[in-house]
Write a protein that binds this ligand. Structure first.
Ligand SMILES: C[S@@+](CC[C@H](N)C(=O)[O-])C[C@H]1O[C@@H](n2cnc3c(N)ncnc32)[C@H](O)[C@@H]1O
Length: 218
């Protein structure tokens, strides 16, 4: 792991050492759009799905129940989060369908992590806003898509159609928690789509509270 990644791992372990115990309960009220993303995955039977920055494995568990014929994999930089994820996956009896690993989104390799050169679906749910090398994470994900594959993203938007004061106050509290909504996300996705010949769907949700996007490999 690079020095930058080690620093991020230490920060995330510190941020989540306590929060991971009530993360799933509290986040359901403001990490909006996660279940829509999971419903949109639609992997084909036997298909492979990877979550980048899987946290407590909440999404992987919902996704594995929603799509019972697919195989799920998730990685996170934080060992603290992964400890909770492993317990949750075991508790729900899904250990044979969900594989977890530790990895850095800025420099990941699905072959090394999970023994798969290409993946049918990759998703990133409220992680890009926390990953310092977020553009590299998008590039790596796009490069790992199998033909017909898709990269599904949901994260904080820019509150385009919400009052400026709400944006200022909420962004301040997000920044205090090392979360930085990525204003440049649409432009970066357009650039990656164009460079790699991918399709792009971009949809603001809840007046710009969240942004959702899918990069598709024909
Ligand atoms: C807000 S949580 C989102 C967790 C989960 N995706 C969800 O929707 O509930 C952000 C996650 O990104 C992880 N993360 C931050 N930087 C990372 C990196 N460089 N590589 C992999 N995961 C990272 C954190 O450890 C944390 O688990």
């Amino acid at each position: 792991m690079t020095a930058v990644a080690s620093e991020q791992k230490a920060l995330m372990d510190d941020v989540y050492s306590l929060h991971r115990h009530f993360y799933d309960l509290t986040r359901k009220f403001y990490l909006l759009g996660r279940d829509q993303l999971i419903r949109s995955l639609a992997p084909s039977p036997g298909g492979t799905v990877v979550e980048v920055g899987c946290g407590t494995a909440r999404n992987l568990i919902v996704a594995a129940k929603t799509w019972p014929d697919a195989r799920f994999h998730g990685f996170d930089i934080s060992e603290a989060m992964l400890e909770t994820a492993r317990k949750s996956v075991a508790r729900t009896g899904l250990s044979d369908r969900i594989t977890l690993a530790q990895g850095d989104a800025g420099n990941f390799d699905t072959e090394r992590l999970f023994g798969m050169e290409k993946v049918d679906r990759i998703f990133m749910s409220y992680t890009l806003s926390m990953i310092p090398p977020w553009q590299e994470a998008i590039e790596r994900s796009a490069a790992s898509l199998a033909p017909g594959g898709g990269l599904h993203i949901v994260d904080f938007g820019q509150y385009e159609r919400l009052p400026a004061l709400v944006k200022r106050l909420h962004f301040k509290s997000l920044n205090d928690f090392h979360v930085y909504p990525r204003r440049e996300l649409p432009a970066v996705l357009r650039r990656v789509a164009e460079a790699r010949g991918l399709t792009l769907q971009f949809t603001p949700l809840y007046r710009g509270y969240a942004w959702s996007a899918v990069l598709g490999r024909p």
